[in-house]
Design a protein around this ligand. Structure first.
Ligand code: OOG
Ligand code: NI
Length: 300
């Protein structure tokens, strides 16, 4: 199997589990069909997908990224999130039909000793970089890896202690490498729905709840990247000893990328991905992370 076919299978596997975990995905697609925004789900362009990782020596971005670098993704810009103690990079896909990838990492060593000790008690179970042991050309093996536990099931107590200091930490300790979100490209949708404000109206009309941190529409300073996101869906999580609690799962994002000033003269049919604002924006991302934070999931 070629690397591109393997990538297709790995992405399909991720989307399948994601749709099962996040009923909003199917519900949004259904609403788009119902309102005639699309005729078929395949018309939806996936702008990017995102993953979260724990920044410890044997894991984190430098372990995780090896998977997608192997399939031809290229590492691009770095982003820093001082308040949330996160680092992130984005990765450009091998062809336009694939989503960009956004991978973030918690700077574990910047947390309190107590939080670090809790996190390490789990991550220390992984004694060497697990991606090095994978046959990356075997899509089934990679799919299994992305959806199996890296460490024991956390205790509810540890989860809640971590959540007090970093809701990113508690999210990863339970959810691990599950797809954090996929992103619907808005600019290529039909007239009347192809800007983020119009699309947000459509979503809210159908009862989907949007992340309000920094406003419902997050806009980059250059005005070229506009994003919004749903609030994460709650999942019933089973912790160690069978304890249960509702916690944040994953969410859905929406992105509108404007045509760059140098290409505004192009006819609509000529506009390709390279003519639009690319990459990400730290200040937008900072607010989007909060889609899984209780400040958003609990309502305002
Ligand atoms: C990622 C948040 C940032 C974007 O598009 O800027 C992001 C996350 O919640 O893990 O997705
Ligand atoms: Ni995103």
């Amino acid at each position: 199997m070629s690397r591109i076919e393997t990538l297709n299978n790995v992405l399909d596997g991720l989307m399948t589990r994601y749709k099962q975990r996040v009923p909003d995905v199917g519900a949004i697609i259904q609403a788009m069909l119902q309102d005639g925004i699309i005729q078929h789900p395949d018309e939806i362009e996936n702008d990017h997908i995102a993953f979260r990782t724990m920044g410890v020596s044997q894991l984190g971005i430098k372990s995780f990224e090896k998977i997608f670098l192997h399939y031809g993704y290229e590492k691009r810009d770095y982003y820093n999130f001082p308040g949330k103690k996160l680092d992130a990079y984005w990765y450009a896909p091998p062809a336009d039909r694939y989503p960009r990838i956004f991978v973030s990492e918690l700077r574990v060593s910047d947390l309190s000793q107590k939080a670090q000790d809790i996190i390490k008690s789990y991550t220390d179970e992984v004694t060497s970089d697990p991606v090095d042991k994978l046959d990356l050309d075997n899509a089934m093996e990679v799919d299994r890896f992305l959806h199996s536990p890296l460490w024991r099931i956390p205790s509810l107590e540890d989860y809640n202690i971590l959540a007090e200091e970093s809701e990113y930490a508690s999210w990863v300790i339970y959810n691990r490498y599950y797809l954090n979100h996929f992103t619907i490209s808005i600019h290529n949708l039909k007239e009347g729905f192809n800007d983020i404000a119009l699309f947000n109206n459509f979503l809210e009309k159908h009862g989907f709840k949007l992340n309000t941190s920094g406003g419902k529409i997050k806009v980059s300073p250059d005005g070229g990247l506009l994003q919004s996101a749903t609030v994460a869906e709650m999942i019933e999580a089973t912790f160690a000893d069978g304890e249960k609690q509702h916690i944040s799962g994953s969410y859905v994002e929406f992105a509108e990328r404007k045509v760059l000033p140098a290409y505004v003269h192009l006819a609509k049919e000529q506009i390709k991905r390279q003519h639009r604002r690319d990459g990400f924006e730290a200040n937008n991302a900072d607010k989007i992370f909060e889609s899984t934070y209780s400040s958003q999931t609990k309502g305002d």
